[in-house]
Design a protein. Sequence first.
Length: 345
Amino acid sequence: MKRTLLLIPILFFLISCNNDYKPREKLSISINKFKIDSSSIRAIEIVNDSSIVYAGSNGDLGVLTNLGEIEGKIKIITDTIIPHFRALSYTKNAVFALSVGNPALLYKYKDNQLEIVYKEENEKVFYDSMHFFNELNGIAMGDPTDTCLSIILTKDGGNTWKKIPCENLPKIIEGEAAFAASNTNIAIVGTHAWIVTGGFKARVFHTSDMGLTWNVYNTPIVQGKNTTGIYSVDFYNEKQGIICGGNYLDKFGNSANKAITKNGGKTWEVVAKNAAPKYVSCVQYVPETEGKEVFAVSTNGIFYSKNYGKEWEKVSDEGFYSIRFYDKNTAWLSGNTKIAKMTIE
């Protein structure tokens, strides 16, 4: 009887090992590009298996299908202001696009109706990223206008937004800000959100309760200059995450620009130091791969890791700003005057 009981956990262990995901050793990709005239596109969100919503630098907002058709495209102009969008979010009810610069304008687009649901005027205002926790609760972040990061929240599906007072947020370090490189300054898992910064300090701000309380953690990512720091963050679950960045003005230089965490962001370990990709504008985990497969993009190309981001290989010289995955074999990318659909084979 004792021997039988002993065999049960051994068999369970062997079955669990056999069920572990085995990352793809070699993969090939195909990229189908679509030209988007007169627009730099850093903000995309997947709608379904065949289309995405995008917002660009020329006040343009639309839905692109995998056939290259643009549906419902609008050109936004408000009081002669053509908004430059780098933050975008999508819910079942509406699309939200947030402009950079002064004034910050947050648009809600629903049923062919456009309205401004948040406006902020300040010479320092610059919003970088926006995401939703669920259909009701959303968050956007930007550079500091005071002694803290600019963070606004919605609790009613995006109809109204309120800014968190600095007394309720960690203080920023002088010269600390963020980079609106790919709308991935924020990562969300459940009620958790992680926000990343750069400049003279590269840190990770974490909330476990959708923005009510915050902690901030130091990172070993290169920092100390206006253009250094963390450009992108992603979390596979509440514990496992990755941050990437570097120096925009030294895209091929040696630096600590990639790091991973196993404890929810409290501590970070540098990976692939001084190895390509040496600059990253966006990093994303591949779904359904247990966090083992990761993609990173920049104007230097597309890079793939099969071991949690510890080692990388270049899979394309084509440069992009941002990447989003629909499933483990399908992703969308955006760049300067282009959007592309990537198929992994």
